[in-house]
Each structure stands twice: as C-alpha cells, then as structure tokens.
Design a protein around this ligand. Structure first.
Ligand code: AMP
Ligand code: MG
Length: 337
C-alpha cells in the first residue's frame, strides 16, 4: 500500500473522512501526539488499527468525539464528575473512562465494559471527526512499543506501507499522550498522567487517587487498571537508564563511564557535558520537556552510543507525565546518586 502524506486542508480533511467512513485507517494530528484514526463503532475498522500498530488486542483505544452530544450513545450515563471535567478541560488532553453501552464494540474497548473518551482541541482532528460523522478510535500512531509520534514525518517512518493516508497538521503541541482518569469505581483514579496535571484534576474533583502503575512497575501477577500500563512502552532501540541526581553528580557519573555513552539532558546543561548529548527541554520547564521527550528518544537512536543516561526530571505538575514516560522508555531502570 502506498502511503500518502497531505498537508491539512479542506480537501485533505474530506479525503481522510472518506477513508474513515469506508472503514479505513488514517494518520491524524492531535494536540497530544499523532493518532491512527478509524471508525470506533466498526470492529473491522478498529481491527485494522491493531494490525498496523502490532498492538496487543487487550489494549483498548481512546474514542475521540467533537462535542458532548456525541458521547451520549457511547456511555451508560455521563457522571456529574465527567461533566465538571469536560467543562474545565475539554476540548483538551484529558481522557475520561466511563461505563460503555453495547454500541461500542468489544474490540474498541479491549473487551472491558468501559470506554475511554476524549474531546481533542486540534482543529484538524475536530474537523475530521465532524466530517466522518462517527466517533474516532485513535491510539498513538507509532508501532507498538516505540515512542509516540509528534509530527507527520515520524508517523510516516513507522506506518509507511501500512495505511493509505497521513494528514500533516504540524507539530503536536503537548507532545505526550493525554491524561487518563477513570470515573468507574469509588473514587476518581488517575491511570496515566499527561498534559492535565493531578493538581488541576484535584481542583475540580477534590480528591483523586493515583494508580500505583503511574510510578512503579507492575509485578507479573498484578492486574493493570489500564491495560496499556503493563506493556513496554516509548522505548528507543538504545538502552536508556535514568539518573536521579543534581547536575554536578549527573555529569560526573556519565563522564566516568568506559562505554559509548550519550546524555539525555536539559538544554541548560548541554554546555557542561562532554559526551554526545540530546536535549529534552529546560531544567525547570516540564511543558518544554513534554514537548521534546519523544522526539529526543527518536534522536538518540541516531547516535552510535550503546547506552543513554537520562537526567531525571522533576515529578511535579506535567513533570509527572514526563517522568512516567521516561520510566517506561528506560524499562524502570533508575540509578539514584
Ligand atoms: P494510546 O491510545 O496509545 O494513547 O493508549 C490509550 C491508553 O488508555 C492505554 O494505556 C489504555 O490501556 C488506556 N485505556 C483505554 N481505554 C481504557 C479503559 N476502558 N480502561 C482503562 N484504560 C483504558
Ligand atoms: Mg500509545
């Protein structure tokens, strides 16, 4: 299959919608990362996403809508808390898990009785949803296990020959996948941190729980609340190890290794580092780190280093999402100095 990449325009958006309406898969831009979009209500169409990504069948999709009315047929009821969250954070990088109706096929929900829903803010994605006339299932547009793509070129690198069309809507603004919160259960629980922070969620909901898997590796026999959390994720081909230390100790450590080393560090540290380095944002600016992380992980694979030492980010605010992704890309390998 030949993969076409088209800049977002009225015409290309129509073309994307035609493909989605006829049961195909399109690479679509969103403000979090690029997605692989298909009709969420068609088992066949969603099956093609799993195939293109090589995604495990029990890892459910996020269903994207363009307005509140589109949610009604998908869920048993819209909880009050969901309405509050929607008012504050939608359209935007927040996914809410609710009880699903039978309209949502089990392929889309990974056989769970719940569905993950998000209303994206990216204008191109919103137009594609409207034009397609159906909710769109769209996981990140990378091969399963690789870093998520933040531009159309990276989607092409992973999906060339697997899907007919990619719509280029520019760089993704947030750079990390959405925050995922479940409202099924006693208390709202954060399953995946993202652009909407735990602090912001607490302002709206009062208290929230943070799932253990956000910062820790699940043991073999532990059940994942969010199936995606049990898989290796966001990993470049190079081995990544996280170093928790101040700048001085970090630099001292990476300089003393007798291996081909690369540094995954902050822009403001670059000048002091003597090994090859790739930067991901500024030391005290988690949003800039979020925007750069996946890009930086892909760049690391272009160095000839055997191992990359990543300087650990702060875990505050959006930093929790950055730390969560970095931990997975490092296979939870952390050295504290
Ligand atoms: P991605 O689409 O690649 O951004 O991944 C979506 C994430 O949302 C994965 O980690 C899924 O496990 C999670 N997710 C989607 N639907 C559900 C659900 N119904 N219950 C729990 N987690 C979900
Ligand atoms: Mg993903």
């Amino acid at each position: 299959m030949k993969t076409e990449v088209l800049k977002a325009s009225e015409e290309s958006i129509k073309k994307a919608a035609e493909i989605i309406k006829s049961g195909g898969v399109v690479g679509v831009p969103t403000e979090t990362v690029y997605g692989l979009g298909a009709n969420a209500l068609s088992s066949d169409a969603v099956g093609k996403i799993f195939e293109a990504k090589g995604r495990p069948k029990d890892n459910p999709m996020i269903v994207h809508v363009s307005c509140m009315e589109e949610i009604i047929p998908l869920v048993e009821n819209v909880p009050e808390k969901a309405k509050l969250l929607a008012e504050k954070f939608w359209p935007g990088p927040l996914t809410i898990i609710m009880k699903k109706t039978n309209l949502v096929p089990s392929v889309t929900s990974g056989n769970l009785d719940t569905v993950a829903i998000r209303m994206p803010s990216h204008e191109v994605m919103r137009k594609i949803i409207k034009e397609s006339g159906c909710p769109i299932a769209a996981p990140s547009a990378n091969l399963s296990g690789s870093p998520s793509p933040t531009n159309a070129k990276y989607v092409y690198d992973d999906m060339n020959g697997k899907i007919p069309l990619i719509i280029d809507g520019g760089e993704s603004n947030v750079g990390l996948e959405s925050t995922v919160i479940t409202l099924v259960g006693e208390k709202p629980r954060l399953l995946r941190p993202g652009g909407v922070t735990p602090e912001e969620l607490c302002e709206v909901l009062g208290e929230i729980e943070i799932d253990k898997a956000v910062k820790a590796k699940l043991e073999e026999n532990q059940k994942a609340s969010s199936p995606g959390m049990k898989y290796k994720h966001y990993a470049p081909k190079i081995k990544v190890v996280i170093i928790k230390a101040d700048t001085e100790k970090y630099i001292e450590y990476i300089s003393s290794q007798n291996k081909k080393v690369a540094a995954l560090c902050f822009e403001d540290e670059k000048e002091k580092i003597t090994v090859p380095c790739v930067t991901y944002g500024k030391s005290f600016d988690a949003s800039s780190q979020a925007k750069r992380l996946f890009d930086a992980l892909r760049e690391l694979d272009k160095t000839d280093a055997e191992i990359a030492y990543a300087h650990c980010p702060s875990e505050e605010g959006v930093g929790l999402a950055v730390y969560n992704r970095l931990l997975r890309s490092a296979g939870f390998d952390v050295i504290e100095l």
